[in-house]
Ligand binder design. Sequence first.
Ligand SMILES: [Zn+2]
Length: 145
Amino acid sequence: MKRPPHTFDAWRLVRDRGVLEGTFAVAAGPRLAERVAADAGPVAWRIEGTTDGAGRPALAISIDGNVPVECQRCLGPLVLTVARRTVTLLAKSERDADALDADSDDEVLVADHPLDANELVEDELLLTLPFAPMHDEGRCGTGDG
Ligand SMILES: [Zn+2]
């Protein structure tokens, strides 16, 4: 089943200092499905229109929730807690993005089309989740997350 898109105009969100909120079904993410447990529930997300310290348009993307995965050492269940807030600068074009990139440590996103909140959240989760999640040393098989 395909997720309905959740598109929005990033520039208007910044202008209005708007906030979007929703939930993202982690196991339904096409790029995430193989990295999380099949019963992974939704995580909460929030996207705020804002500016960075230099007054440049930006989105603050927050994700909060628990993501069940499989430990890559013992293959037992492991729950990762995600609590992440990222500020991403907005660029009007690829050229704009290159200039911002050279000038800032923040991520840069080309917003020359309506953005899809689900895709942004999935991108953030892909960056956040470790490729090989494991229990802490010595905790495999103890039943502790
Ligand atoms: Zn383990």
